[in-house]
Write a protein that binds this ligand. Structure first.
Ligand SMILES: Cc1cc2nc3c(=O)[nH]c(=O)nc-3n(C[C@H](O)[C@H](O)[C@H](O)COP(=O)(O)OP(=O)(O)OC[C@H]3O[C@@H](n4cnc5c(N)ncnc54)[C@H](O)[C@@H]3O)c2cc1C
Length: 397
């Protein structure tokens, strides 16, 4: 075994420089903390992702990211197995579409400019909790850090090694990027497509970018026998795609937030290590939105770490409490909505068509004007009154 150089010390070592890690690194570096950010890949790098940012990202990111926005979304075209299309639009943007290679690279460079030492193409392999920090061994060296931030995505090695009792499931997804050159985007300028019937308990999407379409399917409950079969059927059912040569899709797990019964999800802090973004399963269980929560958890983690550096009575557990208050409270409600949507997808498709004000309310969640909690209260009022009547109609049909 080759001898490793003497370890170098940092205040914070971040494993993974996607949106969660790059944001945490940026916030810490600009506060004057010595940060090392490692990424096993070199940026800009491809990431399997729809690249849809809900427009409330404006509340937590400065304008700079707008330079990589490829498509602004004002409406969703809903279909059920390629049929029964309807479009619900908003006068103001509900989402921005980005390609993840450019978006993530921008965040990484922002962290580097703020002072983060970034090592690309360096993979973290092992971690050892020390009384006053963590030792990290990579394929190139070893380091000591007062705090370790695990931002290494859905297959997090930090979570596997330092949080071995976390037993959260990850859902299968498939996505293909299809170049369309200068052809008009589909389903149209300012729109995305969502099909609730494409898969048994999930949805399929077409998210347009400047010269390509991100086409994918994700399962949100249970596992299909053949995700590839589901993807192929979606392409067949979607008339605009059925004659096109859609490239082979890539698979990637989606680490959805989940709770079993009343129990709390597993913790995000162990001794001197914490998890952010996908590594901590901070993905919205209704539509799989993870980028917003990656950025936000990176910010909360940085604030928690800075708190402990400035005041020895503070604990890293403050970060976990902030996530429970701000993110889990929302995800618990989103889980309840997801249970309804993915148990009765056809009925929900019909309900959405008929009660478009509920979708407009949901758009306000994406825009940051409502929370899931206020949305649910208001939407329940609308849907409850009509649910019995619609169910009766559907059963008769
Ligand atoms: C098919 C699909 C579609 C999606 N669509 C959307 C969408 O439209 N909108 C949305 O908001 N979310 C979407 N998501 C979720 C979103 O992609 C994630 O939530 C988001 O990427 C999480 O960011 P992150 O920084 O936590 O992790 P990542 O973006 O995965 O970044 C992790 C980084 O860690 C690095 N890394 C991993 N292991 C190591 C190691 N051992 N050492 C060093 N570096 C390491 C990786 O190279 C990577 O750069 C989608 C996910 C999938 C799978």
């Amino acid at each position: 075994m080759p001898t490793l150089p003497d370890r170098k010390s940092y205040d914070v070592l971040v494993v993974g420089m996607g949106p969660a890690g790059a944001t945490a690194a940026y916030e810490l570096s600009r506060a004057g903390v010595a940060v090392l950010g490692l990424d096993k890949q070199s940026h800009p790098r491809y990431k399997v992702c729809g690249g849809g940012l809900s427009s409330r990202i404006d509340k937590i990111l400065d304008e700079e990211y707008k330079s990589v926005v490829e498509h602004t979304v004002y409406g969703v075209q809903f279909t059920y197995r390629g049929e029964d299309p309807f479009l619900i639009q908003s006068p103001t943007p509900i989402a921005f579409m980005v390609m993840r290679d450019r978006f993530d690279h921008l965040l990484l460079e922002k962290a580097r400019r703020a002072g983060t030492e970034v090592h690309e193409g360096e993979q973290a392999l092992q971690f050892l909790q020390l009384p006053d920090g963590v030792e990290v061994i990579t394929d190139r060296g070893r380091y000591k850090t007062r705090v370790l931030i695990g931002a290494d995505g859905a297959n997090s090695i930090v979570a596997q090694r330092l949080f071995p009792d976390r037993r959260l499931s990850r859902m299968p997804t498939l996505e293909s990027e299809m170049g369309i050159g200068r052809q008009p985007v589909y389903p149209g300028e300012g729109k995305v497509l969502v099909d609730l019937g494409a898969t048994a308990q999930g949805y399929a999407w077409i998210f347009p970018k400047k010269e390509r379409l991100s086409i994918g399917v994700a399962e949100f409950k249970g596992r299909p026998a053949s995700p590839r079969g589901v993807f192929d059927r979606f392409i067949r059912d979607e008339k605009a795609l059925s004659h096109m040569a859609v490239p082979r899709p890539h698979g990637h797990p989606l680490p959805l937030f989940s709770v079993s019964g009343a129990s709390a999800p597993d913790g995000l802090v162990r001794h001197r290590a914490l998890l952010v973004g996908d590594a901590g399963h901070l993905v919205d269980p209704l539509f799989g939105e993870g980028i917003y929560y990656a950025v936000r958890s990176g910010q909360l983690a940085a604030a928690g770490v800075l708190g402990t550096f400035h005041d020895s009575r503070r604990s890293l557990l403050d970060y976990e409490m902030d996530v429970i208050r701000e993110i889990y409270a929302e995800f618990r409600v989103a889980s309840r909505v997801a249970r309804i949507v993915y148990t009765f997808p056809r009925l929900c498709h019909q309900l959405m068509h008929r009660y478009q004000e509920v979708i407009n309310l949901y758009y306000e969640v994406l825009q940051g004007r409502e929370s899931y909690q206020t949305f649910f209260r208001k939407a329940k009022g609308v849907v409850k009154a009509s649910f019995r009547e619609i169910l009766k109609e559907t059963l008769t049909f």
